[in-house]
Ligand binder design. Sequence first.
Ligand code: HEM
Length: 349
Amino acid sequence: MTAIPPEDRAQDVLAPPAMAAIFLTLTVRPGGEDAVREALSGLAGLTRAIGFRVPEAQLSCVVGVGARLWDRMYDAPRPVRLHTFEPVVGAQHTAVSTPGDLLFHVRATRQDLCFELCYQVMRGLDGSVDAVDEVHGFRYWDERDLLGFVDGTESPTSRVAAAAAGFVGDEDPYYVGGSYVIVQKYLHDLAAWDKLSVEEQELAVGRRKLSDIELPDGVKPPNSHVAATTIVDPDGTERQILRHNMPFGNVAAGEFGTYFIGYAADPAVIEHMLQRMFIGEPPGNTDRILDFSTAVTGSLFFVPPADFLEDPDTVVAAASSRGLATANNDTMPSDGSLGIGSLRRSNGS
Ligand code: HEM
C-alpha cells in the first residue's frame, strides 16, 4: 500500500500567503459541545459552499481545538502534546495566556469571503459559543509587518520542508497530519519604533529593511529577533515552524499590530522560541522587538487531521478495532491513514 503523506490528511495549513485573513477565537459554553462538534464536522463543506463560487479567491479555513475543550468534546485520546498555553514570564516581558477553546484561521485573497465564512460559522454556533477575539488581517505592501519589515521570508515553503516542520508524524498515530498552533496578538508602539533610525531597526530585527537580506553573523546582534528565534539542535539541524503572521490595525484607535500564528509538529519548538524571546538565553538577552511590541493574547490549539474533524467517531472506532489503544502503539496500518475516513486531497476536494 502506498504511504499517505501526513499533509494529505491535514487541514489547509499549507495555504499560500493570503491577502486577507480573519483570526477568530471562541470559547464554548457548557452544553455547547455537541453543536460545536457537529459544526466542525461540516466546516470543510461550508468552506466549499462559500469558496467554490469564487475559486480564484482561494478561501481556506483551519480550525484548532484547545486542550480544555478537547476533553469535553471528543471521546478520543488527547493529542499527546496538547496542553493549555503556559505564560512565559521574564523580568521585563510577559507572554500572557488568554482563553480560547476554538481558533478559526480563515484566509483568502478577498476579505468578503473570510467575513462570510466567519458569519456563517457564528450563525451555526449561535447560543453555543462566545467570541473572545476577532482580528482582521491584511497584506501590507510586499508581505511587510507594520514595523515595516518583510515578515515570513524564512518560513519553510517547499512542501517537504513545510510538512516536516508543521505536521505530526508517527509519534502520535491517531493524529498523523495534525498540527499544533500558537497564536499571539501583538500591539506595537509605532511612535517609539519610528524614533529609531533605520539602522537601529535593522539591528532589532536582524535583517535589512528594504532588501530583506539577513545581517551577517558578527553584525546581527544576539538580541535581534532573528537571532532570538533561531534554534539549532546539537547536531546542527535548525528547528523550523510555519508562520502565517498578518498585520492588523485601526488608525482611529491608534492600534497597530501583528497577529503571530505559528504551526508546528511539536509546540515545544515554538515555546522554546518564546523562552528565548521573553526570558532570553542567557537570561536577560531578550528580543529587542519586544521593547516595541506587547503580547496581549496567547493560546495554543491542536489542529486535527481533516478526516478526524469530519468524522471523529469513525476514526476512533476504526483505530480501536485495530488495537490502536494508546499513542506510540505500533499497530498502525502502513499507509498512516488508520484505514478509514474520507481523506482530503490536496486540491481541496
Ligand atoms: C511582534 C511579533 C512579531 C513580528 C513583527 C515578527 C516579525 C518577523 C520578521 C520581520 C522576521 C524576519 C523575516 C522572516 O524570516 O520572516 C521574523 C522571523 C522569524 N520570526 Fe518573527 N515576528 C514576530 C513574532 C514572532 C514569534 C512570537 C515567533 C516565535 C515564537 C517568531 C518566530 C520567527 C522565526 C522562527 C523567524 C525566522 C528566523 C530565521 O530563521 O531567520 N516571530 N519575524
